[in-house]
Design a protein around this ligand. Sequence first.
Ligand code: FAD
Length: 337
Amino acid sequence: MEIYDNYSLKEYNSFGFNVRARRFISVGNEEDILAAAEQAVKSGLKYFILGAGSNILFTSDYDGVIINASCNSVNIVEEKNRNIVVSADAGLTWDSFVEWCVNINLGGVENLSSIPGTVGAAPVQNIGAYGSEIKDVLRAVRAIRLSTGKAELFSANDCRFSYRESIFKNELKGKYFISKVYFNLIKNPDQFNTQYGNLEERVNRIGKKSLHTIRQAVMEIRGEKLPDPAITGNAGSFFKNPVINRQLFKSTHHKNREMPYYETNEDHIKIPAGWLIEECGWKGFRDGDAGVHNKQALVLVNYGNATGIEILNLAERIIESVNQRFGIELKKEVEIV
Ligand SMILES: Cc1cc2nc3c(=O)[nH]c(=O)nc-3n(C[C@H](O)[C@H](O)[C@H](O)COP(=O)(O)OP(=O)(O)OC[C@H]3O[C@@H](n4cnc5c(N)ncnc54)[C@H](O)[C@@H]3O)c2cc1C
């Protein structure tokens, strides 16, 4: 366990804000996690579990204890014919895990290539991209209840996954430290999921369909659309795509015939938030160093010295204008701390 006081979080938030934590504890195993939680409780300070900070917007210094996982091993737990169970530690970079799987021909996470962040945070918002979500391959989550230090195993069902949601983001928010995630993967797969958007076409351009070509295609497409946080601070999609009821959809669509939409079930329809924001004229908008990305209106960016408050104010203005124009309320995907 490593403990630092007045610690800079610049490298621990993808917006690149130069904020500090009163105390930062790096935990390498489950005993450390418990010891860190005990320390935080004893000190009377608030605490926050931080991964790579790629879905977080810090509005100020954090006057408490940040607990961050540094454990990063990956293991094959069980092998049966072509089915394989793999465990990965919370502190492992998500994309290193995907790369490891693809390199040894394990299928299941290739569409989730290039998503920033850690393995431990991936179930928290049920990360998803290109027609896949972590819930599709997640077998279980091992998590430590911070108040008791007891390790518990959550099945995929227990995690109550839905679009960018899980029990860890809601009822159990901040109560459990995810220490390990177990995945159901397929050895040498011959079936792939390339139906989303232009993925199939891009894969075909690269070569024969395989885990490697899918990973490469996803990385290429993402690289063209999304700003690299190492160059321009951002947290990916700032807003969730709103899912609205059929009644609201009918009235809004009647006035906006060109509005794209996807039926999610009989009663609900998902609208691309990026389209709504773009229609309100925000794409490419810039106020000082806070802005809306010029290729993807869903992404708010820090061009250098914007503060968390400035980005948050911009987000609120966008929410208000989309609401006024379409009667649809955007919800933030990024967590405000
Ligand atoms: C350029 C860019 C593109 C992105 N694209 C996508 C995308 O395509 N799809 C997608 O779903 N997301 C995307 N994101 C968002 C982000 O990558 C994910 O939400 C990711 O899972 C966050 O991981 P993290 O380690 O940075 O978590 P953090 O941002 O540090 O934390 C996120 C939440 O998880 C909690 N948490 C972190 N670690 C643990 C743990 N060990 N135990 C319990 N709780 C924990 C935190 O308390 C917080 O509530 C993108 C972000 C960026 C910057």
